[in-house]
Design a protein around this ligand. Sequence first.
Ligand SMILES: [Zn+2]
Length: 309
Amino acid sequence: MSGRIQWPDGKDFAFTIFDDTDHTIFATVRDVYAFLSDSGFRTTKSVWPVRGKQTPVNGGDTCENPDYLAWVVNLQSMGFEIGYHMTTYHSSLREETIAGLEKFAELFGQYPTTMANHVGCKENMYWGSARVSGVHKCIYNLLTLNRNSKEFRGHIAGDEHFWGDICKAKVKYVRNFVFPEINTLKACPYMPYHDTKRPFVNYWYSSSEGANVKSFNSMLSEKNQDILEEEHGACIMYTHLGAGFYNGRVDAQFQRLMKRLSKKNGWFVPVRTLLDYIAEAQGHHNITNKERSKLERKWLLYKVTIGTT
Ligand SMILES: [Zn+2]
C-alpha cells in the first residue's frame, strides 16, 4: 500500500470531484456542469431524491423538481455518477430513508454507490464524535463543546433514525475525512478501507478540501496540479458546486485552472470508478488501529488549525 498506483491507459494521475448538492439550484449549476463536461471531466454529483418538509440548514433543489431531475438523469447518461446526499436536506426517519433510497433506485436505475453525510441530518452514519475513536473522540467533544456527541444516530440499531443495515446492503462508499492536500491518496493511502469498528459502512473514502469556489481554486493551484501529476496521485475534491462557482457566468479562475488540469494526462472519472479501481489494485483493506489513529490525529489537527470539514 504505497499510495502509488498504475493508472489505466498510461494516465499520469487521477482526478475527480464529489459535488455535495447543498445550495445547488438547477438554473445556476447547469452551466458549471456544461463546462466540466466540455472539458472532459466525468465526476460525481450528489442529489436529494425527496423534497423535505422542514427548514434545512443548507437546502437546494431536489429530484422532485422535474426540470432539475431531467437534467440530472441526462448527466448520468453522459457518464457522470449520481451520488447520495441523504434522502433530503433535513433529518429522515428510518422509513423515510428506506423510501428515499427506493426513490433513488427508481430514478437512476440503481442504488447509490457513493454517498456523503449531510450537515444536520440525524441519520448521518458514524458522524459527529462517532467519526473518531478513543482519545480523539474526547478531543473532538472538547472542541465541539459536546454538541455532536449524540446528535448523529444512523448507525445506532433501534434508534428511529437507524439505517445502518440498509447502508451496508445498498451503499458501497461513504466519505469521512477531508484533508487540505491535493493528493488524497497520499493523505489517505488506505482508501477505500473498511473499519471493523464501524461495520455498517462497507468502505470509507477521504477527500481533498475545497468546499467553496475560493478554497477549491486555491487547492487546484498550478503548483498543486503539478504535484498531483508528479506524485502520480489521485485527488477526490469535496466541494459544493452550487456555492459560488456561478455568478452570472462560471467563475473565470475555476475555468482557467480546470482547463489547465484537463490538458494534462489525467484520468478523469467519477468517484465510484476511481475507488473501484484503487480497491482492485490494492485489495480489500481493514484499517488497522495504528492507521486509524494516524488518520484521525491528522484530521483533528487540520480541523483545529484550518477548520477542514
Ligand atoms: Zn451537504
